[in-house]
Design a protein around this ligand. Sequence first.
Ligand code: BGC
Length: 739
Amino acid sequence: MRRPILIASLLLAVLFGCTPKAELPVYLDENKALDERVSDALSRMTTEEKIAIIHAQSKFSSPGVPRLGIPELWTTDGPHGIRPEVLWDEWNQAGWTNDSIIAFPALTCLAASWNPEMSALYGKSIGEEARYREKDVLLGPGVNIARTPLNGRNFEYMGEDPYLAGEMVVPYIKEVQANGVATCVKHYCLNNEETHRHSVDINLDDRALYEIYLPAFKKAVQEGGSWSIMASYNLYQGQHVCHNDRLLNQILKGEWGFDGAVITDWGGCHDTDEAIHNGLDLEFGTWTNGLTMGATNAYDNYFLALPYLQKIRSGEVGTEELDQKAARVLKLIMRTAMNGNKPLGNKCSEAHYAAARRIADEGIVLLRNENGNLPVKADAKKILVVGENAVKMMTVGGGSSSLKVQKEISPLDGIRARAAQNGAEVVYVRGYVGDVTGSYNGVVTGQDLNDERSAEELIAEAVEAAAQADQVIFVGGLNKAKHQDCEGKDRKELGLPYGQDAVIEALAEANPALSVVLVSGNPVAMPWIENVASVVEAWYIGSEAGEAIADVLFGDVNPSGKLPFTFPLALADSPAHQEGMAFPNNGETYYEEGILVGYRWFDTKQIPVLFPFGHGLSYTTFEYSDAKLNSSLVKGATSITLKVSVKNTGDRAGAEVVQLYIKDNESSVLRPEKELKGFQKVYLEPGQSKTVSFRISKEALQYFDADAHEWKAEDGEFEALVGASAGDIRSSVSFKYHN
Ligand code: BGC
């Protein structure tokens, strides 16, 4: 007998004096349809009980219906690991000693793997950890589009392209939910800046909304089947998204048929009437009427608590909306907390650490590699490592994704351990001092990173050491401090902070065998690029950081990651930073660039970039054949097939991400120069070839016609472009579309 059924039977015995063999009430019978169970539970609940389940009872939980044995619903951040336990009413630590966890790579790194199998592995692993920690809702993953490289939270998202983010988010969701843990995909939507995230009011044309900012959420809902979604803090068309009629009622629940629960971002609800009518289901994190965090009756003052109940009691509003909200929350509880078939989960297992490392190995991007500088030579006997990010713990900080890890291997430790296998000595010098703090909501790194020496002294030390080294590895970039990669704040500049450019220039002059490893969740400017032999984008990798970085630097893993966003040459080149446009924004804001986000902008406007979207090198080389189509006409709903063969022409095994872009050659409306419509990662032994095929159908050719409110493909000529990045098209072939 399954555990919940047994418990239910016993409960019945107590409640109704029946024997355990008596028939189960419908809401507890997992053989019955979900909607039937929900209606049955609803029919047994009082108005007060319905009100209770649609708002929080603590920082991260809502109460369930204790009288009916319906359990509490426990949420947790997300998205890179399971957050440590906090006190009931506070953000600070509960002080548990059994909640240390694995930090998986940040979602930018996952997206950079361009491998949906890695997404599935990620979802499975983090889902099992959430399940083991008895969480019902994982607050993630995030698929906000990287509109600007200054957004402090880009590291939590999956890049600038809706197709890539959409393809990558679906397997993550499915695998998390296979554990009886709901994903809560965030932050729906248009949460593209942090500074004024509670008050910025986004306005944009419908083409941009439907073509750029919504597709990944739509896939998360319709293909991933996410059981919940987190509404974002910002406003859209003058109304907070947490109770935005258009985004929640009309689009999410209406057009997409979302059957899960809409959960507020923490403190995102601002109005009882709007919350009642505009599609919100579950309220968390509100700071009401000055009853700030921790006031004992704060939860009763939530917008969907007593204020709502009073409106029902006075007859001002009916109970139809309440029933709908309670039904969605009950469904969420039945899918998760009351799910009698869910696996047990596990945490911090060897398999999960291995998964974290594998995902990182696939997501690290080799941006530049001149003269075979990397991998590190086996006969390099003296390796110099420079830079704060070689030693700084990156899992603490950055906002709600901050973690309390069981282990975090620093880049320096990873490099040292691997170099020892070659009998090489590793020397470390600091190079620069950046952020020496190391705590978040009571979790402390315990590292003392203080160094009182001047920038000149640190550079002089680094230069002297570099002159004596066989190879030099600088590990820098950004970090999780405010105005770097951090929630609630945005970056202030594209350039590297803390004077790192000067350190890199000096090192490059002292030793040409220099590799720059960037730890960041965003693009950075690289004024020194021509002087540096190798550049690696290593993202925030979490627990296995050092090991994965060493895997790639020493060539044990052949890099295969590709950029999920463009690295611009200068901030002013970026679409959100054109002349006359401000960032960050507050109040009413218009997205002037419309659909031209990321590479769509740079390509269409022919603006040169530092590294294009989709770029990433390998230690081997790949040759593409000419792309061939099986027909040159896509007719109506039919599709055609494109085939291209890719050969590994180097001497080591490696993987290439073959990318398919579509260009509309004849169009009556503005179309981007090209748009990603397919990708496949292929593993090839030296000399091996594989044929990759893509189906091209009408869906890949469409734009959103805002006036007609429908997707349209126009008759005429299109081009299929196949390449290794948006800036490296290897083959193109044209075809026609006819309705
Ligand atoms: C963040 C969410 C997070 C929530 C709970 C908010 O401030 O925006 O992403 O899930 O807090 O920690």
